[in-house]
Design a protein around this ligand. Structure first.
Ligand SMILES: [Fe+2]
Ligand SMILES: [Fe+2]
Length: 270
C-alpha cells in the first residue's frame, strides 16, 4: 500500500461509466483502489451513467454514495431530463462542459475540498467531429486558468480528436495541474507529464462492457453503420473494462507529480 502524504493530492479519475454494468464494476473496484492508492478525491465522467444515456438523480445518488465525489460530463449529459433540472443545485456535484452557452443549465467547474486539500475540476468539450457548436475551449481554458491560479486545476477535455486534446494539453502546460481526455471510451497509452508539469492522457477510457462498441450492444451499432438509420442504444452485458488514472498532484506548485493508468477486467455475476 502507498503511504498517505499530506503534501500531495491523490486523485482517482475514472473514464465514462456506461450504464449498470459500469456502475457495478465501479462499486466493485473503487473501495480497494481508494485504499491502495490513498486516494483523496474520486472523479468520474458520468455522461453515460444511466442506461448509457445521460444521468438520473437516482444513478447520480447511487454513485455519489458509493464514493464518487464529482462527475464530469459531455455531449450525452443532455439525453436525460431527470438530471438537467438539478444541474444548478449546489448538492448535485456534476459539471458540464464550460463552453456551452451561458444560458444552458449547469456549472462548468466546481471546487472540491476535503481534509484541507483543495482543487478545481472543470469540463470542456472539443469542437472537432463533435455534435455541438461551442465556444473556443482553448481561449476559455486559458482565461479560466489565469483567473483561478490559486488552485490546482483538473480539466476533463471531452473531445474526439487526439490532435485537439494533445494541443489543448500542451497549450495549458504549466497552467493547469492536468488535462484528462474523455469521450472516445478507448483508453490511450500515452499518459505523460508535459515539460512544465501538467499531467495528460489523450483518453482515460470507459467503464463499460467489453463485448460491445463503446459499451453499446455491438449489433445495434453495426446495423447503424450498415443502414445509416438512427437507432436506439442499449448497453451491452458481460465482462467490463474498468479504465482510469491515478494522479498525484503537488498542491503548492499545482502540477502533476505522477500519472498512471488503470485498466482492469471485471467479471460481474449478473
Ligand atoms: Fe461517453
Ligand atoms: Fe461523449
Amino acid at each position: 500500500m502507498e503511504q498517505s502524504n499530506n503534501r500531495t493530492i491523490k486523485i482517482l479519475f475514472i473514464g465514462d461509466i456506461v450504464g449498470r454494468p459500469g456502475r457495478n464494476a465501479c462499486k466493485r473496484l473503487m473501495p480497494d483502489l481508494v485504499k491502495e492508492h490513498q486516494v483523496d478525491f474520486v472523479i468520474a465522467n458520468g455522461e453515460n451513467l444511466a442506461a448509457g444515456n445521460g444521468m438520473t438523480q437516482e444513478t447520480y445518488r447511487e454513485m455519489y454514495e458509493a464514493g464518487i465525489d464529482l462527475f464530469t460530463s459531455g455531449n450525452h449529459i443532455w439525453n436525460n431530463k431527470d438530471i438537467i433540472e438539478h444541474l444548478d443545485d449546489s448538492t448535485t456535484h456534476v459539471v458540464r462542459p464550460m463552453n456551452y452557452p451561458e444560458s444552458v443549465p449547469g456549472k462548468g467547474f466546481e471546487i472540491l475540498e476535503k481534509n484541507g486539500k483543495k482543487l478545481i475540476v472543470s469540463n470542456l468539450m472539443g469542437r472537432v467531429f463533435m455534435p455541438d457548436d461551442l465556444a473556443d475551449p482553448f481561449s476559455m481554458a486559458k482565461n479560466f486558468a489565469e483567473e483561478h491560479s490559486d488552485f490546482p486545476i483538473i480539466i476533463d477535455f471531452h473531445a474526439e480528436a487526439s490532435s485537439e486534446k494533445i494541443a489543448l494539453g500542451r497549450y495549458l502546460d504549466g497552467q493547469v495541474a492536468a488535462v484528462i481526455g474523455t469521450h472516445t471510451h478507448v483508453q490511450t497509452a500515452d499518459e505523460t507529464i508535459f515539460p512544465n508539469g501538467s499531467g495528460f492522457i489523450t483518453d482515460v477510457g470507459m467503464v463499460g462492457p467489453i463485448d460491445s462498441v463503446l459499451g453499446v450492444e455491438k449489433e445495434i451499432i453495426i446495423e447503424k453503420f450498415l443502414t445509416q438509420l438512427p437507432v436506439s442504444h442499449k448497453v451491452a452485458s458481460g465482462e467490463v473494462n474498468f479504465s482510469g488514472v491515478i494522479i498525484t498532484l503537488d498542491p503548492e506548485k499545482k502540477i502533476t507529480l505522477s500519472i498512471s493508468r488503470i485498466n482492469k477486467i471485471v467479471k460481474l455475476s449478473e
